[in-house]
Design a protein around this ligand. Sequence first.
Ligand code: NDP
Length: 256
Amino acid sequence: MNDKPKQALQVDLSGQSAIVTGASQGIGRAIALMLAGAGAKVACVARSVEKLTETAEMIRRAGGTAEALACDVTDSQSVQKVVDEVLAKWDKLQILVNNAGVTRDTLIPRMSDEDWDTVINTNLRGTFLFTRAVTRPMMQARYGRVINIASVSGLTGNPGQANYSASKAGVIAMTRTVAKELAGRKITINAVAPGFIETEMTQAMGPAILDEVKKRIPAKRLGQADEIAYGVLFLASEAAAYINGQVLVIDGGLCA
Ligand code: NDP
């Protein structure tokens, strides 16, 4: 055994390409910037072209490579088109981060069909569509890293979020299942479950509720988008090759 101290984790994704959904803001933007900072070419996906272009430009200004590809993750054909475009442009696709997500919070008696469908379609169907679309090229390459952004709500449930919690629990179950299906092809699929992170999604809860939330978090603060992106970077790295079908909870101790 060599007793030289081990180097701190440094991730080199140069030569790899990635798709990050929901990259127009918040956690997805932080993930896109982080993967690009490690050298990956990043295809940024969301519906709003303007904000997506901003993310891609931030990456390019920092010396990275990025494309902004507008796509609704619930639309099967657009999803396939994004994957085809990335493969045509960069030849290979090693990393997929399914991050796009929405909330439509309300208690179950008041939850409309539309509240239910929108959340399940975006969070769960969107994750399914992109995962299915990258499976073939990753299987052919015998390499792939899929990272799904779930939520602690999918593990513990959260009042007012029957639709959201069900979608994220579904994402976790799909992660575990697909991990078992694809492990033999050197493809790993893991989930990250954030607690409360400072983004537009949590800002929408309002300051009074957020103050109450902070009291419940052992760290006594909301998390930062970068703190989720670090977890994703680790799971995308070589160091995580033997981690598969797992849920990495990043929540300041909320679920401990
Ligand atoms: P934001 O609301 O800030 O961003 C959501 C992103 O998803 C946007 O880029 C949005 O872009 C994109 N998106 C939404 N619907 C679609 C769609 N149909 N097709 C394509 N893109 C879509 O959310 P956060 O950054 O806070 O959350 C990111 C992920 O992290 C989500 O999956 C969320 O559930 C999860 N999460 C967040 C937590 C938090 O505290 N913030 C906690 C736990 C989990 P556009 O509208 O332009 O399409």
